[in-house]
Ligand binder design. Sequence first.
Ligand SMILES: Cc1ncc(COP(=O)(O)O)c(C=O)c1O
Length: 463
Amino acid sequence: MKISSHTVAGMLGSWQEGPGPAHQRLSDRLRLLVLDGRLSLGAALPSERDLAGALATSRTTVGAAYRTLVEHGYLATRSRTRATVRLPGDAPAERRVGASPAPLDLSVAAPSAPVEILHAAFATALERLPRHFERRGYDRYGITELREAVAHWYRRRGLPTTPDHIMITNGAQHALAVLARTLLSPRDRVVIDHPTYPHAIRTFLDVRARLLPVAMTPSGWDAAQLGEAARAAQLAYLIPDFHNPTGMSMPTSVRRGLRMSCPTVIDETMADLALDGVRPEPFAVHMPTAISVGSVSKSIWGGLRIGWIRATPSLLERAEQARLATDLGTPVVEQLATAALLNNRQTSRPEALRRLGERRDALRRALAEHLPHVHAPRPPGGMTLWATFPDPIGSRLAAIAPEHGVTIAAGPRFGIGGAFERNIRLPYTLPPDQLTQAVRSLARAHQALTRGATGSHTPAPVA
Ligand SMILES: Cc1ncc(COP(=O)(O)O)c(C=O)c1O
């Protein structure tokens, strides 16, 4: 894909500002655009002359910047063709000739890393690290700085919280696993939203719990049915904020009316992803006994592997004992970096949310154009559409889709007993042009399926 000089100039923004020679500032900025995923791999950059014109700078400056990027492995050049984006360590393009391109990955709902803010957060973390050198680094509750930053994240949103209500974990998934070990015994019953987050299903089944699915309605949650199911259960697990996979958010009236007689784990992993400006209040504002689970995986980056549990100190003591069997704490540098990110309010960056909202709308437009019979409501937040086909083809479509250039997660992964065969989940974390390409691939797969193809591809992991 060729990228015009004006597009690149727009992405570069105010690259002229800052210390150092111009060519270095330019190559640094271009490198960040590559690392950020905004200049996608294989994209063909404008010629030196065109980019110099669009940036009102000299061709020598652009030439030097391109040469630096080539030297460091971020650009590949061949005579008389445009320079293309690559990553250090990637096989050169010519060696890949003939290989079919990797399918676009719509099986995982997770953002790429926001490179600039991560760099800054890790620089701060390294400055603060020496304060921890006298300690041993094994801390099953997490470091105080991060526990306080998370507590503050709740207080800012109206829920009084102190660091002793917080345990830092290695992501929300780990928090769920620790809570399942702490709160469940074999054959206990767990109420779940239906559909729900697949790895939560797996976590509860792993401790040999039995699941009590409560169907979500077209408008979301049925408080009466949830309350009824809770009476027969030892635990409930709900995702009221921009639910995975549907993206729905539980209305305040339902939050207020919910009466759960069993311990209730509230997964707030998506809470910061309010795309239409309405951010839900923390669930425990309405249900003080709620055990909340949070994470920065969706609001910042999954590679940080930082999440948390908010609960009473006595429950956290039990969780700390249960945790002993799985791990002995969370890496300190990542905790320090996350504390810096939370304190700088980087979990809900207006620019990132605006971009995600545009991607949501681009994906829906592409579906309307290429798969018009698919129903995919516009979610108020989160990062996925829950798409419904008229026929039960989700699993077969997911099986053959990679042959047509895209991997997706089929609906049954999000439920139990083979439910949701008419559904697929579609994340909108990729740039709009890739989303459109993915939907075209999906439409081709759908066409092949309706002509009778079967698939043999192994399904990809889901997040
Ligand atoms: C609802 C929900 N909870 C938890 C997780 C796991 O998050 P983490 O990366 O923090 O372990 C995910 C990831 O997709 C999720 O969607």
